[in-house]
Design a protein around this ligand. Structure first.
Ligand code: CMP
Length: 138
């Protein structure tokens, strides 16, 4: 059964000019783009999106970074989307990520790790709803 995951191409990967290459990898691996936008999170939107991490020591830096410049947000559809996408992007820390993964190729640090990917089907729905109303999905 097809399901969805949610991704963001983060500010530093956008700044480095990697939007096209990252989207190409995603499409080549058979993820269908159901929704997509080029946007910038306000500080309060970033705080809300990452609220699950609000008690972590890195929360303020994370919010600062994620609201520092434009991002690309997208809903991706595929069988086993959440797990397959997590495999495609690799470990949170690019230094630990497997060869060929998006974070290994385009990540710079744990914070500037190129892309976000949902960690569960439940969060994929919550995160997708955060960015996209029904009429922006195709
Ligand atoms: P992401 O997949 O967007 O989900 C939460 C983000 O928090 C994660 O990617 C990292 O960029 C960031 N993060 C997680 N752990 C740390 C950490 N120990 N130090 C700094 N940033 C972190």
């Amino acid at each position: 059964m097809k399901n969805i995951t949610f991704t963001m191409i983060k500010p530093y990967a956008v700044e480095c000019g990697n939007i096209g290459t990252i989207l190409d990898i995603i499409i080549t691996h058979n993820f269908k783009i159901r929704a997509m936008k080029y946007t910038r999170l306000s500080r309060s939107q970033a705080e809300k999106f990452y609220s699950v991490h609000k008690d972590r020591p890195f929360f303020n830096d994370l919010v600062e970074f994620m609201s520092s410049g434009p991002i690309v947000a997208a809903i991706l559809e595929k069988e086993n989307a959440v797990n397959d996408y997590r495999e495609l992007i690799g470990s949170t820390d690019p230094a630990q990520a497997a060869e060929g993964t998006i974070r290994k190729l385009y990540g710079y640090s744990v914070q500037k790790n190129a892309v976000h990917g949902s960690d569960s089907d439940e969060n994929a729905i919550i995160e997708s709803n955060f960015f996209f109303p029904t009429f922006e999905r195709y």
